[in-house]
Design a protein around this ligand. Structure first.
Ligand SMILES: Nc1ncnc2c1ncn2[C@@H]1O[C@H](COP(=O)(O)OP(=O)(O)OP(=O)(O)O)[C@@H](O)[C@H]1O
Length: 357
């Protein structure tokens, strides 16, 4: 069976070598995450055909865009893709409308439903403006709309928020989240921001020195102990939950996940609303017995799936709560005193959570 996206590239720059073989989902957001120089942009450029890996194979939704063995290489302009760069690169002499229509006129393609795209990105009121009269966030939203106007089969985004300040990033992130939920095309999104990973990724690829260290669904990949992220001070897991009810008298909201419920500070969201919940590994502690005298509301049964000791005296514990992977950072001393080991049934106390959308 072929996967919706199969990307296999070998490319040698001398100092740097890209060597990946990835099967990726055909919908949702795949984030390519890694340090500067790990090869994220090079991989994206190979997918776009802006860079030709001498040895490569690329298939998108059943269509082969590159097959070096058959000497097949589709040039970029023949690939049905949208590419969004760090800088919006709008034509300064054309209005927003002119910028959006430019690609369509050039290619003669039918294009997408612009009204829907304008609404999704909240830019309908900007159509007559010139790029100079837009904020950085608005410019980037127009650049995304321009990429989508061509009705591409895949959207490639290379650090689209990196040039924006914190406030503008916060302004644009909800649009991206909505866009990705409502459009039925795969998005490959390059970033080195853990926050963007948590907020946007459905699938995560971790790049390191030209290789994919890991590739898989977000929460599974975030909680893999063989990947450096799980050991980071900011290590966290992300759960998809839905609002299950409110306890008005305590100012609390209950959310359900695959395996139980959690209490959060009150949220004004309707029952059934899907949410992304981030749980930092440092906010999770472990007990052997169910504590009866704790102020922490969220105490859940869990099973230990993996343990790794770091040099710093920290132990990283991988757990499953129902079907949900969870990470806990505890001291090695606590790990030893409790006698924690893989397959043990324990309780986790979750001291804090944050909602991402
Ligand atoms: N055309 C090229 N010729 C030679 N080396 C290159 C070329 N393009 C990129 N490289 C090198 O390949 C490596 C990977 O670069 P790439 O831009 O893919 O990394 P990245 O993960 O996207 O980094 P960043 O987050 O800083 O954008 C770097 O060491 C870079 O210097």
């Amino acid at each position: 069976m072929t996967t919706p996206i199969h990307a296999k590239f070998e490319l040698d720059y001398g100092e740097f070598r890209l060597n990946v073989d990835l099967d990726l989902p055909g919908s949702g957001v795949t984030v390519l995450f890694g340090h500067s120089g790990s090869g994220k942009t090079t991989l994206l450029r190979c997918i776009a055909g802006l860079q030709q890996a001498p040895n490569g194979f690329l298939q998108i939704n059943g269509e082969v865009w590159q097959d070096s063995e058959r000497n097949l290489f589709l040039p970029t302009h023949k690939r049905s893709l949208g590419y969004v760069f760090q800088e919006a690169n709008l034509f300064p002499h054309l209005s927003v409308k002119g910028n959006l229509q430019f690609g369509l006129k050039r290619t003669g393609l039918a294009g997408a439903d612009l009204t829907h795209i304008l609404e999704l990105l909240g830019i309908a009121h900007l159509l007559e403006r010139l790029p100079d009269g837009l904020s950085g966030g608005e410019r980037q939203r127009v650049a995304i709309a321009r990429a989508l106007a061509l009705n591409p089969q895949i959207l490639l985004m290379d650090e689209p928020l990196a040039a924006l300040d914190f406030k503008r990033k916060q302004e644009i992130l909800p649009y991206l989240g909505r866009l990705h939920r409502e459009l039925n095309i795969p998005v490959l999104y390059v970033t080195h921001s853990q926050q963007e990973v948590a907020q946007l990724a459905d699938h995560l690829v971790i790049m390191d020195e030209g290789k994919a260290l890991a590739s898989g669904p977000l929460s599974e990949t975030l909680s893999r102990l063989d990947v450096p992220l799980a050991h980071d001070r900011e290590a966290a897991t992300v759960w998809q939950v839905t609002v299950a009810g409110h306890e008005a008298e305590y100012h609390l909201t209950r959310v359900a996940f695959a395996g139980g419920t959690l209490s959060l500070t009150h949220l004004s969201a309707e029952i059934g609303t899907p949410l992304r919940l981030q749980i930092y590994a440092r906010d999770v502690s472990i007990t052997l017995q169910k504590p009866s005298d704790t102020s922490i509301l969220n105490v859940l049964p869990a099973v230990i799936t993996d343990i790794a000791d770091d040099d710093s005296g920290q132990s990283v514990v991988g757990l499953l709560v129902g079907d949900q992977p969870l990470l806990a950072h505890i001291t090695r001393k606590s790990r030893m005193l409790l006698g924690l080991r893989v397959d043990m049934n324990v309780y986790v106390q979750i001291k804090g959570t944050s909602i991402l959308n």
